[in-house]
Ligand binder design. Structure first.
Ligand SMILES: Cc1cc2nc3c(=O)[nH]c(=O)nc-3n(C[C@H](O)[C@H](O)[C@H](O)COP(=O)(O)O)c2cc1C
Length: 380
């Protein structure tokens, strides 16, 4: 049915559609809905405490017995750098003054802790069928513990080198995350955001390099994108932004409204919210301080100084200091419950694939065969 069934078979799912893990926006409701619909629902744990993650996993396992993906960040926690943090606070000082905030105000910043022993205990306890990582892979011991649970392990690559590295470490499949993607760039072998590759070029280049199945991510929001991903050699798609429009996505009304009105040229990659490059809808902080700033403390330390500004502006209904993560295809939105969206995307993609097959008339095939002989080395 699907041109490439490797990932469906590997994960034992019905549809080659993965709802992207989205820290802070996608919890048990959407995971259950997508997995029950036959896709793969993903729970992002980067912003959850161990207890919160446990609660979400208990709910998910109670409501579905279908395969799920549980996702973690695996960056190195940087040492604190008071001088750099002071510079960053100075850069933001005018906003603090404008908003009547104490310059030394702190707000409890979200977790963003890397995968550790405690989270690994949860993986052992709930044995998700798939475990995915962002920013590379955790250390060998943790990875070995995850592997012993029997989970399939995947991670994001933003270049051919990263894909090759992940395969060498034993990943079962690789998410090729193109530059169009919403949220944090999964990049881990480079810090150069300006040479990051778009989905259209990255997917076939990764497919040509690794033996494991490749999952295309970034800018895929409808059946056309799914069919294109298969044409590029992918075995599945990972879709984030399109799922943010679902009622199950837990995002604020201002975020939802901004997504609804998003145009094609209204996202940018920025580091001003967390210290790492991530794509979101352009807002005041990105426009005035970024989108990329040399002053930001290392990920995730930049977030602490932004947090009071964000909290205060959100209280008056403003998204000036709120990360509005979204990919370049945000405009291709439709608001449907997650299960319906998953099934509709799959049905429309299959319909499009069938249509393309019917185009392959005997004349077209003959023309293709004739063209294929052109330029072939002449045998001696
Ligand atoms: C709101 C949001 C949050 C995200 N959080 C995570 C995350 O926690 N872990 C992760 O691996 N990827 C995360 N991503 C990236 C997605 O896995 C995926 O690469 C991206 O959504 C694909 O591009 P698209 O948004 O254009 O569909 C996030 C993306 C968005 C939009």
């Amino acid at each position: 049915m699907w041109p490439n069934a490797r990932l469906i078979n590997l994960f034992d799912i019905e549809l080659p559609i993965i709802q992207a893990p989205m820290a802070g926006s996608a919890f048990s409701d959407i995971v259950v809905a997508v997995s029950e619909a036959g896709g793969l629902g993903s729970l992002a744990c980067a912003l959850l405490s161990v207890e919160q993650a446990r609660g979400e996993l208990e709910t998910i396992r109670r409501k579905t017995s279908r395969p799920i993906n549980v996702n973690f960040f695996c960056h190195q926690q940087p040492p604190s750098d008071p001088a750099r943090e002071m510079n960053w606070r100075r850069r933001l000082e005018a906003y603090y003054v404008q908003m009547g905030l104490d310059h030394n105000a702190t707000v409890l910043s979200s977790n963003r802790a890397p995968f550790d022993d405690e989270m690994c205990d949860l993986v052992v306890e709930f044995h998700p069928e798939v475990v995915s990582f962002h920013f590379g892979l955790p250390d060998r011991n943790l990875l070995a513990r995850v592997r012993r649970t029997g989970a399939k392990i995947i991670s994001s690559a933003t270049s051919v080198d990263e894909a090759r590295w992940l395969e060498d470490q034993g990943c079962d499949a690789i998410v090729a995350q193109g530059y169009e993607a919403g949220g944090h760039r999964g990049m881990f072998l480079t810090q150069n955001v300006f040479t990051q590759v778009g989905t259209m070029a990255l997917v076939p280049e990764v497919v040509d390099t690794v033996k494991v199945p490749v999952i295309a991510a970034g800018g895929i929001a409808d059946a056309r994108g799914i069919v294109a991903a298969f044409a590029l050699g992918a075995a599945a798609v990972q879709i984030g932004t399109a799922y943010l429009h679902c009622p199950e996505a837990q995002i604020s009304p201002i975020y939802r409204q901004a997504l609804k009105e998003a145009k094609d040229d209204e996202t940018a990659v920025t580091n001003v919210f967390t210290g790492r490059p991530a794509r979101g809808l352009v807002n005041r902080l990105m426009r005035e301080v970024g989108p990329m700033s040399d002053l930001v403390p290392e990920f995730p330390l930049a977030a602490a100084a932004v947090a009071p500004l964000r909290a205060k502006s959100e209280r008056v209904g403003s998204a000036d200091f709120t990360p509005l993560w979204a990919g370049q295809a945000a405009r291709l939105n439709r608001t449907l419950p997650a299960a319906e969206l998953t099934k509709q995307l799959a049905a429309e993609a299959l319909e499009k694939l069938r249509f393309l097959q019917t185009m392959a008339s005997p004349e077209v095939l003959a023309q293709a065969a004739a063209l294929a002989t052109v330029g072939r080395p002449v045998s001696r």
